[in-house]
Design a protein around this ligand. Structure first.
Ligand code: NCD
Length: 312
């Protein structure tokens, strides 16, 4: 079995079989990272550059750990402190990195489509680690993998994505992944934070957080992406928190156990209170743990397409 794609640009162009293959491969790597020696030699002759034009904590460390656990050689680039500040183009930056014999690029960029552009114009394998407001495929894979871990399967589960749907790449990638896996998806936010095309994607739209919580098995809570909003879409964070913030009192008033997820970074006290984020209902740190195994699976399966003779 191998992936139907040779880059990971988004969930949109993955098949259900691709996602299932990534999950079963991640299961094996999860065993590896829980062993005393957390390493396999699979990507020993592969060099990977992590090229980050936007801030990141989890995603970047998670990719780097995944690469190291697979024994790849790793170099890290971040736009601050680089020649991008001297006026170099994206294509020049990446072609210069590739000239140093790099096999794969993991990239994060503020412009939607930047990884798709590089996949067309460079000969390397590209993994999208978040392109602006568009997609964040490995986040959606690790989110769906965490739901599968919790419930045994994703099919039939009701997942409400609550928060800044319009500006979060996590929302779109999650919608594609969850739908492919047979879950029902709802988005919940003030109307100004929900794009009008949402209903065309076949997701339910809800504006009252209580109703969303009453409906769902899993609530994936997103941060308000103030850095991507050119106009003010909500009167204030305080008002958002008042109407959409998830706290213990609200959850206790709903007579069922909902699983709480968040891709991080959490703005505690705004979209999610600490007594929920740190409770037994939350699988936020499981998401982070699973991220390494899922990224190992993605890198391994893509490297297999570059050089088909790898052994795990
Ligand atoms: C998300 C991102 O960068 O898109 N974080 C992440 O990768 N874990 C979500 C966010 O920034 O809110």
């Amino acid at each position: 079995m191998s992936l139907s794609v040779s880059h990971l640009l988004g969930i949109k162009n993955l098949t259900l079989a691709d996602i299932e293959l990534i999950f079963s491969t991640a299961d094996e790597f999860k065993d590896v990272i829980n062993r005393p020696i957390k390493k396999v030699p699979s990507l020993r002759d592969i060099t990977i550059a992590n090229v980050f034009f936007e801030n990141s904590t989890r995603t970047r460390i998670s990719f780097e750990l995944a690469q190291k656990r697979l024994s790849a050689d790793v170099v890290n680039f971040s736009a601050s402190g680089s020649s991008v500040k001297k006026g170099e183009t994206l294509l020049d930056t990446v072609n210069n990195i590739l000239a140093m014999k790099v096999d794969m690029i993991v990239m994060r960029h503020s412009s939607p489509g930047a990884p798709h552009f590089l996949a067309r114009h460079t000969p390397t394998c590209i993994v999208n680690a978040g392109d602006g407001t568009h997609e964040h495929p490995t986040q959606a894979l690790l989110d769906a993998y965490s739901i599968r871990q919790k419930y045994g399967e994703v099919a039939g589960k009701k997942v409400a994505i609550i928060g800044d749907i319009a500006h979060s790449r996590v929302a779109l990638s999650n919608i594609f992944a969850l739908q492919k896996l047979g879950a029902e998806v709802m988005v919940c936010a003030p109307a100004t934070l929900i794009p009008t095309y949402m209903q065309e994607l076949g997701v339910k739209v809800e504006h009252q957080v209580r109703k969303a919580l009453l409906w769902c098995d899993v609530a994936n809570v997103l941060r308000i992406q103030l850095e991507r909003q050119e106009v003010k879409n909500i009167p204030s964070l305080r008002e958002y928190s008042l109407y959409y913030g998830i706290n213990k009192k609200l959850l206790e008033s709903i007579d069922k156990e909902i699983t709480i997820m968040h891709p991080g970074p959490i703005n505690r006290g705004i979209e999610l209170d600490s007594d929920v984020a740190d409770s037994g209902q939350s699988i936020i740190l499981d998401q982070v743990e699973n991220g390494v195994a899922v990224r190992m699976a993605v890198l391994y399966l893509l490297a297999e397409k570059l050089k088909p003779n790898f052994k795990k």
